[in-house]
Design a protein around this ligand. Structure first.
Ligand SMILES: *[C@@H]1O[C@H](CO)[C@@H](O)[C@H](O)[C@H]1NC(C)=O
Ligand SMILES: *[C@@H]1O[C@H](CO)[C@@H](O)[C@H](O)[C@H]1NC(C)=O
Ligand SMILES: *[C@@H]1O[C@H](CO)[C@@H](O)[C@H](O)[C@H]1NC(C)=O
Length: 392
């Protein structure tokens, strides 16, 4: 009975929060030693430790610290600066899209850095960004233009305070040669930015921008077999030091995960995430790919970079060590876990962290199609059920 009540309570609270427009967008990343860091989980931040504990019910270490950003934008993103062992956060504060927030892992301290935007559309959902892991230069394709901002001086300065005069700005690097590529899908490997789903590309092809020469390579590159479509990506970090050679690509339908190796020019097809969510975000470390669904649920797929035969049969597991996050932007808009009995999930139960049922697939897509009035009806209906239960 308590379990039923918990489930029922969650199914009330989450749709209510969605209806009320709760505002937070967590992000997940690891530090340079591959400990999972989770920011913006109902106003708190956590270090969830190493991969061997993620599926356990260990207690994460809270790392919520002064001067953190509020993580209240629908487009918050986090990046690992590998050599600085720092986390760079873009759009951590919806009231200040021009601020880059940096969390230094060893000192557990935040600094914030104004970066002039010019005409760069920092908080457009169609702006794609990578952080070059060793130079700490951000590159971003936005509205058909490539922009960059060099954060080296900030990373290297004592206390993150560069000398006066080192003003930061998103500088125009060049116009993208792609026509009609309004929602870029961008991935980093081998100091090259790869563009998936550019109009006119065949399946398995990517276009390339060479970071160190600031140059759109005119030739298309063949990488094996994956659909040429929109999706999410994660650069697969290698053990600290060497440049990434692979990236993960998860198309919007979540049907498969593709691991693209830009040295061998081949693609592994491995299981798609249990939660199909076009708005999920991903982080890749040497031994896992992590998904943060838009309802705040976190799961991961163990990855073997040495032996591809292990990956095809790998399965996604819920990260149980983190608390469920309830207060999310777009919460439950598309994921929706079913109840395992063939009944569709309503609006996403948001408890992939703790419920142990994150593999159960429901008709989550129905959630996004529900009208507001249907949602209100549902909430009222569930409330009625609870009142009924409590009355028993
Ligand atoms: C970034 O700035 C640093 C100095 O702060 C400079 O040494 C480096 O060459 C710059 N990198 C790029 C790609 O502009
Ligand atoms: C991958 O493609 C590039 C560019 O076409 C080529 O230079 C490289 O030799 C290829 N790698 C392999 C392992 O064939
Ligand atoms: C994804 O996020 C965008 C921007 O916040 C939103 O407009 C869209 O409805 C979301 N889509 C889904 C499927 O949740």
């Amino acid at each position: 009975m308590p379990r039923l009540l918990t489930t029922v309570t969650l199914s009330i609270v989450l749709p209510l929060l969605t209806l009320l427009g709760a505002q937070a967008r967590p992000c997940i990343v690891t530090d340079a030693e591959w400990n999972l860091l989770a920011f913006g989980f109902d106003g708190k931040d956590y270090n969830a430790g190493s991969q061997d504990t993620w599926a356990s019910d260990a207690t994460p270490t809270e790392i919520t610290a002064d001067s953190r950003p509020p993580f209240n934008s629908p487009v918050t993103t986090c990046y690992l600066s590998e050599f600085a062992n720092s986390i760079y956060v873009l759009n951590g504060d919806s009231s200040s899209p021009s601020t880059v927030h940096i969390y230094n892992v060893p000192s557990k301290a935040w600094t914030s850095h104004p970066v002039a935007l010019g005409d760069y559309q920092a908080s457009s959902p169609n702006t794609a960004v990578i952080l070059d892991r060793d130079t700490d230069v951000f590159y971003s394709l936005s509205a058909g233009q490539m922009y960059a901002v060099n954060m080296t001086a900030v990373t290297e300065a004592p206390n993150g305070e560069p000398s006066p005069g080192e003003d930061k700005e998103w500088k125009l690097v060049g116009q993208s040669p792609f026509e009609g590529y309004d929602r870029p899908t961008m991935a980093l490997a081998q100091n090259h930015i790869h563009f998936i789903g550019v109009p006119g590309l065949q399946d398995g092809d990517a276009d390339v921008f060479v970071i160190h020469f600031s140059y759109f390579q005119p030739e298309t590159q063949k990488y094996g077999d994956f659909p040429s479509t929109h999706g999410q990506t994660a650069s697969m970090f290698l053990a600290t030091g060497p440049v990434q050679e692979e990236f993960a690509f998860i198309p919007d339908d979540g049907s498969n995960t593709y691991i693209i190796n830009v040295v061998s020019n081949t693609t592994q097809t491995i299981p798609g995430p249990s939660t199909k969510d076009a708005n999920a975000t991903y982080f890749g470390l040497p031994t896992a790919l992590i998904q943060l669904a838009s309802d705040g649920a976190v799961s991961f797929l163990a990855y073997n970079g040495e032996d591809a035969s292990k990956n095809a049969a790998a399965s996604w597991e819920g990260v149980k060590v983190l608390p469920a996050v309830e207060d999310v932007v777009n919460g439950g808009s598309s994921s929706g876990n079913g109840d395992g009995n063939g009944n569709p999930g309503n609006t996403g139960n948001g408890n992939g962290n703790g419920g142990g049922d994150s593999n159960a697939q429901g008709g989550g897509e129905e959630g996004s199609a529900l009208s507001l009035s249907a949602r209100v009806g549902m909430v009222v209906g569930v409330l009625g059920l609870v009142v009924g239960l409590v009355g028993v």
